[in-house]
Ligand binder design. Structure first.
Ligand SMILES: [Zn+2]
Length: 397
């Protein structure tokens, strides 16, 4: 009997810890965070170059968590680097702190939403889905093509398919629309996401307005943008939150768009760095520079195509290249999703790929407009959950 009670108690004893949520402060560096929380600074210094750089990209306002035991000691810390990877600090059995970059465990589902139009589309999509993010995304892709303020007629509706990431059976992260159709005033208009990640209309014309241009002329891309990549040799996960262009030291770098210089200076990871703020809440970052254009300073207005600096290898860089990052707010985005690549429509194999995508989506639109399914409502959900240190499995608390 005594043994059974002891056995039952063990799980409760080891869980006499509490989860304390926190948000990443603006301007906080990983080192100052460790210092402030009295965690060993070696957690940072033991990281390799790439992972040290990744800590400079923790978005401010990121939702992290401490697991604190009854002696007020930190048992674990989770800090999301993006919506796919997180830093996991934990006290190992040796009682020493260790850190790993681990994936945020989630499932991705394809969903379809049908919403009859009775007012403005934003309100109807929000009303049917419960998701402000989905409503905002829908409005964003259609706003330059359709007059969304038009009064709807009887039979007007919106239908769309999208992918959404779920964690612990609740939606998380921004939904990715794959295609959407709006019938407004009896007129149909549809948009399709091509395999390049951009939206096109039924004729294959690109619909998004591209503000930005490549920061290099004729340079080759040596490493693309990825939120999560598994390195089979190092056997670890890492992110690369920008595009690398290989070029000789001294090669000029051009401003990707009009804007205002917001930072000129050095960081440990990125070396000599320039940041430019653009309209629409975008920011561009140019790193590992050899030097800056003369008289470049914070607050200076810049035109697209102006030379701002020169390729180098400063900071934690393995050779001369430009690391180019784009941010929406403080969230890194894929620069190629906002840079113009082509102006004409598709041809050849690419046209066949696009038509395939379009036909599949059209079939779904037609079927769902007939079926008029009622959507499940979800509230968007932000938190990262506690991960068990032994199994790395997500646990509710
Ligand atoms: Zn890079």
């Amino acid at each position: 009997m005594g043994r059974i009670i002891l056995f039952l108690l063990v799980p409760f004893l080891s869980y006499a810890s509490v989860v304390v949520p926190f948000t990443w402060k603006d301007g906080e560096s990983f080192l100052t965070f460790l210092e402030r929380k009295k965690l060993p600074l070696n957690l940072f210094y033991n990281l390799d170059k790439e992972d040290q750089k990744a800590t400079e990209d923790i978005p401010f306002n990121a939702h992290g968590q401490f697991l604190v035991n009854d002696k007020k000691q930190i048992e674990q810390v989770l800090i999301p680097v993006n919506d796919e990877l997180q830093l996991h600090i934990y006290r190992a059995h040796s009682k020493k702190y260790e850190m790993h970059v681990i994936p945020i465990i989630s499932e991705t589902y394809k969903e379809v939403l049908y919403a009859p139009l009775t007012s403005i589309p934003y309100d109807d999509v929000l009303g049917a889905s419960g998701s402000k993010k989905l409503a905002a995304k829908f409005t964003q892709i259609f706003k330059n093509k359709v007059n969304l303020k038009k009064q709807p007629k009887e039979g007007d509706a919106v239908v769309m398919t999208y992918e959404r990431i779920y964690r612990l059976s609740r939606p998380f992260s921004m939904p990715e629309i794959s295609g959407a159709m709006i019938i407004l005033g009896g007129e149909k208009y549809a948009l399709y996401r091509h395999s390049d990640g951009n939206f096109y209309d039924a004729n294959g014309a690109q619909i998004e307005k591209f503000l930005f241009k490549s920061p290099m002329r004729n340079a080759r891309i040596t490493s693309g943008f990825t939120k999560r990549r598994y390195h089979p040799v190092l056997r670890r996960y890492r992110a690369h939150l920008g595009i690398d262009y290989g070029a000789r030291p001294g090669t000029p770098i051009y401003a990707t768009g009009d804007g205002k210089v917001s930072f000129v200076g050095s960081t440990r990871g990125y070396g000599k760095t320039i940041k430019i703020r653009h309209s629409g809440g975008y920011m561009s970052l140019y790193a590992h520079l050899k030097g800056y254009k003369q008289k470049l300073h914070s607050g200076l207005s810049i035109k697209q195509g102006d030379v701002i600096g020169y390729v180098g290898s400063t900071g934690l860089s393995s050779g001369p290249h430009l690391h180019f990052g784009m941010y929406s707010g403080s969230t890194p985005i894929n620069p190629s999703s906002v840079m113009k690549k082509k102006s004409e429509g598709f041809s050849g194999k690419e046209l066949r790929v696009f038509n395939d995508i379009k036909h599949k989506l059209d079939r779904i639109f037609i079927r769902k407009l007939k079926e008029k399914p009622v959507a499940k409502k979800w509230i968007d959900f932000q938190d990262i959950y506690y991960v068990d240190k032994d199994t790395f499995k997500v646990q509710a608390f």
